[in-house]
Each structure stands twice: as structure tokens, then as C-alpha cells.
Design a protein around this ligand. Structure first.
Ligand SMILES: [Ca+2]
Ligand SMILES: [Ca+2]
Length: 157
């Protein structure tokens, strides 16, 4: 009995002897999805928020920068160039198969805008029709894990 009490007091003393000690936190990892990076650059008025109209205009500009012949659609090879330029990598999501909803082996501007509209709605967590930088950021408790499921919806197939 006495020994147990002594042990309890000793533990309290040990805890008190570490001033400023904070409980260890799991390492947080902040990442930006490639598409979120593109959406941030579409913030044309630089107010730190991307509106739906800014998104639509930005997608149109981004396609126009690749579709130099004005065909209005990107063949899959052109889409890879679009992805490299605006998402940072040819294989960054979305894949052209995911965006090419009518399966004609090309991504039209309207198909890409429809895909962005869906993604916009997914990222707009407070449903105010505007994407804040906080909504474009994905925070994971630790790298490679997304326990909260925030922005963690699987899009690839
Ligand atoms: Ca804006
Ligand atoms: Ca929002």
C-alpha cells in the first residue's frame, strides 16, 4: 500500500520535472492535389479564393494554351501535355479516360469543365461556391494515410 502511494507520487514528480513538455503529436502532412494546384492558379483576381467563374475561365485558358490549333478538344497525347503543364506531371489525376465521358479518345473543353465542376463541388467543403486555400489543402495525420477521409475520396480507377 505504502509502496503503491510512493510510486504514484514519484510518477507525479517525474511529470512535473519536465517543464513545457507537450504531448507528442502525430506528424501532420499538408499536401496539395495536382488539381488543387491548378485551381489555385485559376484565382484570376488574386484574392486567394477561386470562384466558379474563375475556374471555368481558367480551364478554358489552360486548354487554349495547349490546343494551339483551336480544335476545341485535346487528343490524349495533348491531354498529357496539358496535365504536365497545369498539374505538374503527365500522369497526374485526372486521367484522360476519367474525363473523356463520351469515349471519343479526346478531351473536349466541356468534358474537362464538367470534370472540374464535380471536383470543385467535392473540394468546396463549406458549399459557399468559392474555393479557399484551406479547402485546396489536404491535411493528413501522417504521410500516406488519410484517416479523416478529408479530400481523400478515391478518384482513380
Ligand atoms: Ca478569386
Ligand atoms: Ca468554399
Amino acid at each position: 500500500m505504502l509502496l503503491t502511494m510512493f510510486a504514484a507520487v514519484a510518477t507525479q514528480v517525474a511529470a512535473a520535472q519536465v517543464p513545457g513538455a507537450v504531448p507528442p503529436q502525430p506528424p501532420a502532412t499538408m499536401v496539395v492535389e495536382p488539381v488543387a494546384m491548378a485551381l489555385a492558379t485559376f484565382d484570376a483576381d488574386a484574392d486567394g479564393r477561386t470562384s466558379r467563374s474563375e475556374m471555368e475561365a481558367g480551364v478554358r485558358r489552360s486548354v487554349g494554351a495547349i490546343d494551339v490549333n483551336g480544335a476545341g478538344k485535346l487528343r490524349y497525347l495533348d491531354f498529357a501535355e496539358w496535365a504536365l503543364r497545369w498539374l505538374g506531371d503527365r500522369n497526374a489525376l485526372p486521367s484522360p479516360f476519367e474525363v473523356d465521358s463520351n469515349g471519343d479518345d479526346a478531351v473536349s473543353l466541356s468534358e474537362l469543365q464538367a470534370w472540374f465542376a464535380t471536383t470543385f463541388a467535392r473540394l468546396d467543403r463549406n458549399h459557399d461556391g468559392v474555393l479557399s486555400r484551406a479547402e485546396l489543402l489536404t491535411i493528413r495525420a501522417s504521410f500516406g494515410r488519410d484517416p479523416g477521409g478529408r479530400n481523400g475520396q478515391r478518384r482513380g480507377r
